[in-house]
Design a protein around this ligand. Structure first.
Ligand code: DP6
Length: 350
């Protein structure tokens, strides 16, 4: 990459979505290197919009989250900039004013690091483009580079740079895969998964008991870690097959197995954490019973927290929607639900 910059002022803005992992990244083997490959659905409605104004300077930064100055976030981003300064030296010669907002409520307990860090990384790569002689925005390298910088901010953010389905982490089942950046799924996905729906049930809006960084750290001493990483690899192979063939039974079995294993790993850590709430368990039970009785193809997945993501194809919207409204909504905090779905990835905003 050329570092032949002509330092000037400017403004860039990107919106970038959150994502939900089907195969979970849980455990690292070095600085922001995943212990296993993961695969996720990029969402459509849950996005972060980030705007950066820059001018010649010395790396000073102002950060506003939802129009309010936020020192805590500014501190985190300053540290992040220090880490990436070797690869993006211009960050030392500019001052930044960053404004960021989410479309989803801040207190909804939704992990926002994927959307936030991918939006920031895309802005930083656009600034690099704007002030350097290269214009990479149209080509693959731009997104690969953005995914690389997003990963350094938060591993799951690396996958948000692409729409639909994306994977991150070296895997024998994914050609050209890398631990350093994510890539969009290359194979043809069965139409069953087109416009896949993700309804997010907010079971609890509370702060997380343990950050995901700390959770990843606990995998180091987890006696089941090695088995987990081979299970993740086997599940990835099976999931790829299910995505290609449209085998919904296998899809459901793998996705729910991944969610429960993630929570199982947290429980088996030392100290152990129970991240589900009683209503998380009640919702899971209702989903499984409803699926068995109605034959509607829906399943659940979980983040490292109590909220439940209900996944189903567009064709099941009527059945799944009525069930969610009548049976699951009453189990959510203040009845809060976010209807999201598979999306097309980040967009540069003018
Ligand atoms: C359970 O990407 O938040 O959501 O790299 O430390 O920022 P850091 O972790 P993060 O971990 C995400 C964990 C997960 C599973 C997943 O998204 O793959």
């Amino acid at each position: 990459m050329k570092t032949d910059y002509s330092i000037k002022s400017g403004l860039v803005s990107w919106q970038s979505p959150s994502n939900i992992a089907l195969i979970k990244y849980w455990g690292k083997k070095g600085f922001q290197i995943p212990a296993n490959a993961s695969l996720s659905i990029t969402l459509s409605e849950s996005v972060t919009r980030t705007k950066i104004e820059y001018r010649p300077g010395t790396g000073k930064m102002l950060f506003y989250f939802e129009d309010k100055k936020n020192q805590a976030f500014a501190g985190k981003i300053a540290k992040y900039m220090e880490i990436i300064a070797d690869e993006l030296p211009y960050v030392k010669y500019l001052d930044f004013e960053i404004q960021s907002r989410n479309t989803f409520p801040h207190s909804a307990g939704i992990a926002s690091s994927a959307s936030a860090m991918s939006a920031l990384a895309l802005c930083l790569c656009s600034i690099e483009n704007d002030i350097s002689k290269n214009n990479l925005e149209e080509n693959k390298n731009f997104y690969q580079r953005a995914s690389h910088f997003a990963r350094i901010g938060s591993g799951s953010a690396s996958r948000s740079v692409y729409g639909k389905l994306s994977s991150w982490g070296k895997s024998e089942f994914i050609p050209d895969s890398s631990d350093l950046f994510a890539s969009p799924v290359q194979f043809t996905v069965h139409p069953f998964f087109e416009n896949f729906q993700d309804t997010i049930l907010i079971v609890s809006k509370g702060e997380k008991k343990v950050s995901s960084s700390a959770g990843h750290g606990l995998m180091k001493e987890n006696p089941f870690a090695r088995s987990r990483y081979s299970q993740a690899s086997a599940n990835l192979a099976k999931l790829i097959h299910a995505l290609k063939t449209g085998n919904s039974e296998d899809f459901i079995a793998i996705v729910e197995n991944e969610a429960l294993t993630l929570h199982g790993m947290m429980m088996a850590s030392n100290p152990g954490y129970i991240l589900m709430k009683p209503n998380t368990v009640a919702i899971i039970k209702k989903i499984q019973d409803f699926r068995e009785q109605s034959g509607v193809n829906l399943c659940f997945t979980l983040d490292a927290g109590p909220n439940v993501h209900v996944l189903y194809p567009e064709t099941e919207r009527a059945g799944a929607g009525a069930f969610i409204e009548q049976e699951l909504k009453p189990l959510c905090e203040a009845g809060q639900i976010i209807y999201d779905k598979m999306g097309n990835g980040p967009q540069r905003i003018n």
